[in-house]
Design a protein around this ligand. Structure first.
Ligand SMILES: CC(C)(COP(=O)(O)OP(=O)(O)OC[C@H]1O[C@@H](n2cnc3c(N)ncnc32)[C@H](O)[C@@H]1OP(=O)(O)O)[C@@H](O)C(=O)NCCC(=O)NCCS
Length: 436
């Protein structure tokens, strides 16, 4: 077999990102073989090191799950020496990536224009909350800000009663999703640089990353504007629609009829609030026939209220009810196994514990184990979410705060005496009480 070549081998990245959005991007780039130099503020490091810790003396899983296979340099970019060190780092890198608050990087003296002059080959990746033209461009942003402004929260959740309130998805649509979107932009810029020899500025807002995943909701707004109702929504046909897309509970989102159905509990003690199954009725006659055979609802095949997909849209409440009754005395795994035999799109609702204990997911990528030296030991994380037939990523530990400072400064050509001076004047010192 030919020697495996990591796709990004030889690409050096200066990573000035913190928290989740930027680090999720640079971690993926590191797993694809890039040499990632993560800049961390001396004495503090990435704020996630000390957020939601399971032990006050150890870095949190938040940090550990987003920063493996990077090198860490403790660097105060606000000192004169820090400025010079960062300048040298940028002069020799392929990508510079940052996600500080709007205006912060300009204040530090490293805007796109400056960086482009310093190193025309350098690709500059920047994450902010909003597109530059947005009226909200000046706002700092965290996950929920992206979700509430990007069509996700207003369209997620229950559609009536006291729980009819904007609801966030548990998926990080504003954070890690933005990191993945930026990654696409950076790889496009890299391919472009092959042709032009020049780096470009890749700007990724959390808002646009989130909105991009809400395309089906903008589709629904366009339809609503034209006809005033949405046939796939539980509100159809009995309720009046507002002039914006309402929340729709657990509908499938496309034209097929999907819903969650409560099942018999699988775990008796303690009970699990996720004892549900998701079942989809496809529109085609052949699939509907199989569904009716699987459930025994064969009377629906000749009943005009259910025999066609359009009729089923009008009578979905009756479908929810009858199928709900049918599921009640079976657990979510039994329903899944049974309906799968009839080619019905179906899946058990799985909780996080069920996922992390599923041995079949430890396939080298989906869930991976990282061995972190010291008291942290082994921990599980989600690996590269796609597979390449020509490359198998490996998963190494996270760096200590400033753990690679000397190695990086050596590479940049700073003498040991200069490094000692940087340490003494605070430009590169780590925590007074040791590393983390
Ligand atoms: C996440 C966010 C809200 C945090 O804001 P914040 O608390 O102001 O923290 P920041 O890291 O942006 O910057 C704080 C300061 O630390 C400084 N800083 C950060 N790392 C530094 C370093 N290594 N050396 C010197 N200064 C540093 C910044 O320059 C900034 O200084 P300033 O306030 O004088 O301009 C903000 O960074 C943001 O909106 N980022 C863009 C969107 C994003 O990626 N959000 C995160 C989603 S996970």
């Amino acid at each position: 077999m030919a020697k495996q070549v990591a796709p990004l081998e030889g690409i050096r990245i200066v990573d000035f990102t913190n928290v989740q959005s930027g680090p999720s991007c640079t971690q993926l780039l590191a797993w694809l073989g890039a040499d990632v130099w993560k800049i961390e503020e001396p004495g503090r490091g990435d704020p996630t090191r000390k957020e939601l810790q399971f032990n006050p003396d150890l870095p949190s899983y938040y940090y550990l799950q987003l920063n493996s296979d990077k090198k860490s340099i403790a660097l105060d970019a606000k000192t004169k020496d820090g400025y010079e060190i960062l300048k040298k780092m940028i002069e020799g890198c392929d990508m510079f990536i940052e996600n500080l608050h709007p205006g912060a990087m300009d204040k530090l003296g490293f805007s796109w224009e400056v960086v482009h002059k310093l190193n025309p080959k350098c690709i500059y990746g920047s994450i902010k909350g909003f597109p530059v033209t947005s009226q909200y461009a000046h706002l700092k942003a965290y996950e929920p800000i992206a979700q509430v402004t990007g069509a996700a929260a207003t369209t997620t959740g229950w559609f009536e009663g006291q729980y009819n309130i904007p609801t966030q998805s548990g998926a990080a649509l504003g954070d890690s999703n933005t990191g993945m979107h930026l990654c696409i932009g950076l790889l496009a810029a890299l391919a472009q640089r092959e042709k032009t020899g020049e780096g470009c500025f890749v700007y990724q807002s959390m808002h646009n990353a989130c909105l991009n995943l809400c395309r089906i909701k903008t589709r629904d707004q366009l339809t609503l504007d034209k006809i005033g109702y949405l046939t796939q929504y539980p509100q159809y046909p009995d309720q009046k629609f507002p002039d914006y897309v309402p929340r729709a509970g657990n509908i499938e989102g496309g034209g097929v009829l999907g819903w969650t159905y409560a099942c018999k509990g699988f775990y008796q003690n303690p009970p699990d609030t996720n004892d549900f199954v998701y079942i989809i009725l496809q529109r085609e006659e052949k699939s509907f026939k199989l569904f009716c055979e699987g459930t025994g609802f064969t009377d629906w095949l000749t009943n005009p209220d259910f025999a066609t997909a359009d009729a089923r849209d009008r009578n979905k409440q009756a479908i929810y009810k009858r199928l709900g009754e049918w599921c009640k005395d079976k657990n979510k795994f039994e329903v899944t196994a049974h309906l799968a035999k009839y080619e019905v799109p179906v899946g058990p609702v799985l909780n996080t514990r069920e996922i992390l204990t599923d041995k079949s997911l430890y396939d080298g990528n989906t869930l991976v184990k990282i061995n972190q030296p010291g008291p942290v030991g082994e921990f599980v994380t989600v690996g590269v979410p796609f597979t390449l037939s020509s490359f198998q990523p490996t998963y190494g530990p996270c760096p200590e705060l400033g753990g690679n400072t000397a190695e990086i400064l050596d590479k940049l050509g700073f003498s040991k005496a200069q490094q000692e001076e940087f340490r003494k004047n605070g430009t590169t010192h780590v925590l007074p009480d040791g590393k983390m």
